[in-house]
Design a protein around this ligand. Sequence first.
Ligand code: SF4
Length: 282
Amino acid sequence: MATCNVCFRHCNISEGQLGFCGGRTARDGRVEAYNYGRITSLGLDPIEKKPLKRFFPGSLILSVGSFGCNLRCPFCQNHEISWSEHARMFARTAETVGPEELVDLALRTRSRGNIGIAFTYNEPLIGYEFVRDTARIAKNEGLKNVMVTNGTAELAILAELSPFIDAMNIDLKGFTDCYYSKVLGGDRQQVIPFIEAAVKTCHVELTTLIVPGENDSEEEMRELSRWVSRLRNPDGGSIPLHISRFFPRFHMQDRKATDVRIIRHLAKIAGEALEHVYTGNC
Ligand code: SF4
């Protein structure tokens, strides 16, 4: 049995078993990334799709994902690789690509406009060792490294990665502890310090998905955006906030897609405190 110290769950993992996220295991009494280099998704995406609006706009980035997630968002758009039964299947079938091989691929796509590697699609922090090892090599080759994350990890993990990461999009899924713990299976109290620390190390943009009846009140958006307005990116610029629209998916089919007018209204409210607010999925 070994204890994982990556996220708030601090799973006790028996030898050869998987932790709650499905991406970590215990071997010889130590916890390691079971999903190390196990690739489920790979694509050359516009950087705006991450979404990052103020980091090399107009460029492309080689985007890579593995399997597993430490949260349980019932509406997950990537449930096939995050936490469904299907995602568990990838633990047996996903191909392995080493850090050097992935960096090679990124270098080969440079001529098509690729600026680097984005660790995305599933939660990259649960396999942070692969992110660290790959991003280190990529940085030495002059590539940019991006991480798209739920920000749910101990600060020690962030400290290990931050020398190599140039930009992050971090989910700030709402601004109440109750929504995080009851609906998402997360811990807002771990996300807040993670964001506060991340903005000191690289360019950060935040994303809030507005789910009808859960986090769509004016008060919550006012509180969230005021908190974000107190943060600054390393260049002194304000933090961009992406407010995006929910669509019924996976285990959350009991409500309609968020009304576009609500997204625009909440973006207007956020705009009272923030310089850069973007709407998504509208
Ligand atoms: S990263 Fe995975 S194994 Fe580690 S504590 Fe979190 S859920 Fe458990």
